[in-house]
Ligand binder design. Structure first.
Ligand code: ATP
Ligand code: MG
Length: 401
């Protein structure tokens, strides 16, 4: 019998449900990942108990998605989603089920799930419940719809991107019928919300195989995400190297969009409702990575002064992966110089300059825009030559500017 190690708290929740006469299983992603020897991100529980009954059994719960049957049970500050067995009603516009209906039958609940590898349940008492050969598909490395692929993608077109995302995360292939249905139903993605699309694309890019983003374009999905997105797909040069980037949102999105004009990259991401911090990071990397940084400390200080420390490091990392062979030696120098600049504590921030606006005003300068210009000129001098960062010297220099 298959054995899965379930965290103690999740095991306790299931036992308590059993004690009250209900069925309970770990289900979905956690079963899939456990069978693959991967650490599950969270443990979801499916049960025959209705949400109200779950709330009666456990003292601390949160109504996370009560209309869909989900209650979060809190144990030792950890939350476990406990969801009642359900059958999804008819789908509205391929988006959300109009209604959900609770059922007492585990198999009915497993049937509504997207892929065979996500439709397995497990309990310590009964072992693995695998009605759709999910385990075999895991072994063969295949993503396959539960039931008829055309119907399942028609119900919810987001599953198209989920299928590609799971292939990228697990290094799997698409089962043939599932793949054919993807191309056929791709236009329905136009009806899916941009946020949901973005979540899947981000997971895909952060996965072990971000180069599988090409599957999105090869299956004709690009135009239904956006026109600009489809355009970006035509410039997917050297997708393999994106894998070498650390799995952080702005790095991977920038890796994918690096051949775009930075304005286009930003529009694509805005349209997909990415957060501003990620968009800012992508804008910087996409606009700067192609420009070699001179192996010359004043120039390096200038670049460093325009970026956060973290983003400057990200830029060097990005260049290391994507830059031309000819630039490699220069980049090594730049890296070394930037480390020296940091170690020496050279002033690279206006706020660290030995003279402040207030001091210049005290010395008779008028407050206003000219003062800003003056401060910037002094800062330029300091960036070029860190020894100038001396109060007396700068005050003298200010008189001449
Ligand atoms: P991960 O958490 O790594 O993204 P997961 O498999 O846990 O992977 P979730 O989105 O958390 O994915 O969903 C949990 C489970 O709910 C899935 O394993 C699947 O059984 C089911 N599920 C989620 N989204 C859908 C969907 N759009 N259609 C059908 N079933 C779904
Ligand atoms: Mg999950």
């Amino acid at each position: 019998m298959v054995k899965i190690q379930i965290p103690e708290a999740a095991e306790k929740i299931m036992e308590q449900l059993n004690t009250h006469g209900f069925e309970a299983y770990a289900v979905g992603g956690c079963v899939r990942d456990s069978l693959l020897g991967r650490e599950p991100e969270d443990w979801d529980i499916t049960t025959s108990a209705k949400p109200e009954q779950v709330k009666e059994i456990f003292p601390r719960t949160v109504d996370t998605g009560i209309q869909h049957g989900t209650v979060t049970v809190l144990v030792d500050r950890m939350g476990y989603e406990v969801t009642t067995y359900r059958i999804d009603g008819e789908y509205e516009d391929g988006r959300h089920p109009k209604s959900v209906e609770f059922t007492g039958n585990l198999l009915e609940d497993l049937k509504r799930r997207d892929f065979t590898i996500n439709a397995m349940a497990y309990s310590s008492r009964e072992g693995l419940v695998d009605a759709f050969d999910g385990r075999k598909d895991l072994e063969r490395g295949i993503v396959r719809c539960v039931g008829n692929a055309m119907d399942r993608f028609t119900e919810d077109a987001l599953r198209i991107l989920r299928a590609i995302r799971f292939c990228a995360q697990l290094g799997f292939d698409m089962e043939k019928e599932t793949e054919q249905a993807i191309s056929a139903i791709a236009p329905n993605l136009a009806k899916v919300s941009k946020e949901r699309i973005q979540v899947e694309l981000t997971k895909l890019l952060l996965s072990a195989h971000p180069e599988r983003i090409k599957d999105v374009f090869e299956n004709g999905i690009g135009p239904f995400i956006s026109e600009r997105f489809e355009e970006a797909g035509k410039r997917l040069a050297g997708g393999e190297s994106v894998r070498l980037l650390p799995p952080r949102k702005h790095m991977r999105w920038a890796g994918f969009l690096r051949m775009e004009d930075s304005g286009d990259a930003v529009s694509i991401l805005r349209d997909l409702k990415l957060d501003n911090e990620t968009i800012d990071g992508v804008r910087t990397l996409v606009s700067l990575w192609k420009t070699p940084i001179p192996a010359h400390k004043p120039a390096i200080r200038k670049v460093m002064s325009s970026l956060t420390e973290e983003l400057f490091n990200d830029l060097l990392c990005f260049q290391e992966i994507f830059c031309r062979e000819e630039y490699r030696e220069q980049l090594r120098q730049v890296k070394q110089y930037s480390e020296e600049i940091r170690r020496a504590g050279d002033c690279i921030r206006l706020k660290d300059m030995a003279v402040t606006g207030r001091e210049l005003i005290a010395a008779g300068r008028k407050p206003g825009p000219e003062l800003g210009v003056l401060l910037n000129s002094l800062f330029e001098e300091v960036l070029a030559c860190p020894e100038y960062n001396d109060r007396e010297y700068l005050m003298e220099l200010a008189k001449k500017l």
